[in-house]
Write a protein that binds this ligand. Structure first.
Ligand SMILES: NC(=O)c1ccc[n+]([C@@H]2O[C@H](COP(=O)([O-])OP(=O)(O)OC[C@H]3O[C@@H](n4cnc5c(N)ncnc54)[C@H](O)[C@@H]3O)[C@@H](O)[C@H]2O)c1
Length: 404
């Protein structure tokens, strides 16, 4: 039976162990606090029980999966393991400290995979001094429900290590996309515009949080609006990812984190988990908790026309909106499409993988590049050019893929 060593028994590590065990792997799970690893195994057992209750898992399979998960004490408990997945806190030195004792005890063919969201796989590989074995294996939360895994290759990652990682993820029922070791990989980079451009629209007084959320849900077919989603993810977490991607990309204006995120995070207004973020959660339905300084905005005719073209070709089936809703939708969508196209231009991943990643990793109704093809790449580029002329920071400059 293949064995995976999972380092870190938190949200991600426990989900990964559950998924592996359900697919016939033995999972040895480690945490700095061994008693926490044991309590997380109890929680996995309870999650398996729920699947049985709902008729989704036969009881004998539940028992077999439960028996395949154990808490590890020493690294030697994972001797000969076929794969290591690190899911400890997002800190390079913690990751290096966690992995180091295992390097010599795993099977020599075992990939050393990191679930990091934002750290460089190449740097981790360098610090561990085993360049060829280290790969990225980026799962999404909650792991048992989210079908996507981004498999990340660093410059020196061995092709066989990558293939074994891909096969393991597929064997666990996941859809794999491949990406290069670049800030935010695919999903955490391309998704930034959904939040950041919506924050800029709010800050400019174009519309309120609930109006922007509604416009993107209704016109775009997004399951959640950007502000509801930031409140769910945690404004501090989302802000942290924004800062990390922006810094690592050398601070391009289009990815600059927004002052409003920073202020809410600093004030402890973190979203649902603190009861207050962009919305206030002691009422049902939640009410907007960030005021908008509404400004009247005169759409120049060329902007209006470019927005209308993108909005009418890109909107969800039958959706129509006010001029403001169309503007919100078209501007945010064009921003996401442009980031996806820039990632494609710079070889982060293949076109199909970028689309699959955004559909499965963020539940977008369409991949951004297929969305662009549907609207027309030139139509998207035309809107970006008009917005580029109107803005001072160059953030809408269209990607080569859109203008070719
Ligand atoms: N939570 C998410 O939505 C999400 C999504 C994708 C990727 N990630 C990444 O996955 C990783 C884990 O995130 P999480 O949300 O599960 O964190 P978490 O805080 O829930 O769990 C981290 C666990 O690691 C343990 N730990 C710390 N140092 C350790 C060590 N040296 N050895 C063993 N265990 C150690 C901690 O005790 C803790 O239980 C991070 O790199 C994060 O960026 C998180």
């Amino acid at each position: 039976m293949p064995t995976v060593a999972v380092l870190g028994a938190g949200t991600m590590g426990s989900g990964i162990a559950q998924v592996a065990a359900l697919s016939g792997w033995e999972a040895v799970i480690y945490d700095l606090r061994p008693e926490f690893a044991r309590s997380q195994i109890d929680r996995i057992h309870a999650a398996l029980d729920k699947l049985v209750e709902r008729g989704k898992l036969p009881v004998d399979q539940r028992n077999a999966a439960a028996a395949r998960i154990r808490a590890g004490g020493q690294s030697a408990d994972a001797a000969g393991a076929d794969l290591l997945i690190e899911a400890v806190i997002e800190d390079m030195s913690a990751k290096v400290a966690a992995i180091t004792p295992f390097v010599g005890v795993l099977a020599p063919t075992a990939p050393i995979a990191s679930n990091t969201s934002s750290l460089s796989i190449g740097r981790l590989a360098g610090e561990l001094r085993c360049e060829s074995r280290v790969v990225g294996m980026h799962f999404f939360n909650p792991v048992p429900l989210m079908p996507l895994v981004e498999v990340i290759s660093a410059p020196h990652s061995d092709a066989a290590m990558i293939e074994r990682t891909v096969q393991a993820a597929r064997g666990w029922g996941k859809t794999v996309v491949r990406a290069k070791d670049t800030p935010g990989f695919i999903v955490n980079r391309v998704a930034r515009g959904y939040y950041l451009e919506s924050l800029r629209l709010l800050d400019e007084g174009v519309a309120g949080v609930d109006e922007i959320d509604r416009a993107l849900r209704r016109m775009g077919g997004f399951r959640m609006g950007p502000f509801e989603l930031m409140d769910l993810i945690g404004i501090d977490v989302n802000y942290g990812v924004s800062c990390s991607v922006w810094e690592q990309m050398e601070r391009p204006s289009r990815l600059a984190p927004h002052r409003i995120q920073q202020e809410l995070a600093a004030a402890g207004r973190l979203g649902r988990k603190s009861g207050r973020g962009f919305y206030l959660y002691d009422a049902e339905p939640p009410v907007p908790a960030v005021a908008v300084q509404r400004r009247s905005f005169d759409y120049p005719p060329e902007l209006r026309e470019a927005v209308r073209r993108v909005a009418s070709a890109g909107a969800a089936h039958g959706a129509e909106g006010s001029a403001t809703e169309e503007y919100v939708f078209a501007r945010v969508l064009a921003t996401i499409i442009n980031e996806a196209a820039l990632a494609l231009d710079s070889g982060v991943a293949a076109q199909g993988d970028i689309d699959v990643a955004m559909r499965l990793g963020t539940n977008y109704p369409h991949g951004p590049l297929e969305w662009a093809e549907r609207i027309g790449r030139r139509t998207c580029a035309a809107l970006l050019r008009v917005m580029d002329r109107m803005s001072a920071d160059g953030r809408f400059a269209p990607a080569a893929w859109l203008t070719a």
